[in-house]
Each structure stands twice: as structure tokens, then as C-alpha cells.
Design a protein around this ligand. Structure first.
Ligand SMILES: [Zn+2]
Length: 79
């Protein structure tokens, strides 16, 4: 029977090192057969404005807001 070495590494996850978290917000119409979405934006204002204009044009009233940010997983430095 051979011996094996198992190495356990702890990982952390967060914004890329040296960068502040950059959240991107997008609003998507939930009306069946529509699926249109706002452009991604750094603030709520433009996606909200898009949704209100879309509602006015189409009568579609339900939306989903998605906030995304890039995360990086890195092995934790040994102490
Ligand atoms: Zn729609």
C-alpha cells in the first residue's frame, strides 16, 4: 500500500486585489416572450429609467434587477 500526501489549502474570495468592488446593475423585463434588458450600469439610475420607459412603451410591469461584481478566488497565504 502506498502513502499519499494530501494538501489542504484554504481559499478566500473577494474583489481583485488592489481594486474596489465594482458592482454592475442590470434590469431585465420578466414579461413572457420579452426578455429585453437594460444596458449594464454602475448605478441604479439608468436601469430604472430604462424599465420605466420600457413599461410606458410596452405595458410590461414586472422586472428583475441583477447586481453582479467580479470576484477572484485566491489561495490563502500560509501563516
Ligand atoms: Zn418587456
Amino acid at each position: 500500500m502506498s502513502r499519499s500526501t494530501m494538501r489542504f489549502v484554504e481559499w478566500t474570495i473577494g474583489a481583485p486585489r488592489g481594486e474596489a468592488p465594482k458592482t454592475v446593475i442590470q434590469v431585465r423585463c420578466l414579461h413572457p416572450d420579452c426578455g429585453q434588458a437594460s444596458d449594464p450600469s454602475a448605478s441604479h439610475m439608468d436601469p430604472d429609467r430604462w424599465a420605466l420607459q420600457h413599461a410606458g412603451r410596452t405595458g410590461h410591469t414586472e422586472y428583475e434587477e441583477v447586481a453582479r461584481c467580479r470576484l477572484v478566488a485566491t489561495p490563502k497565504e500560509p501563516v
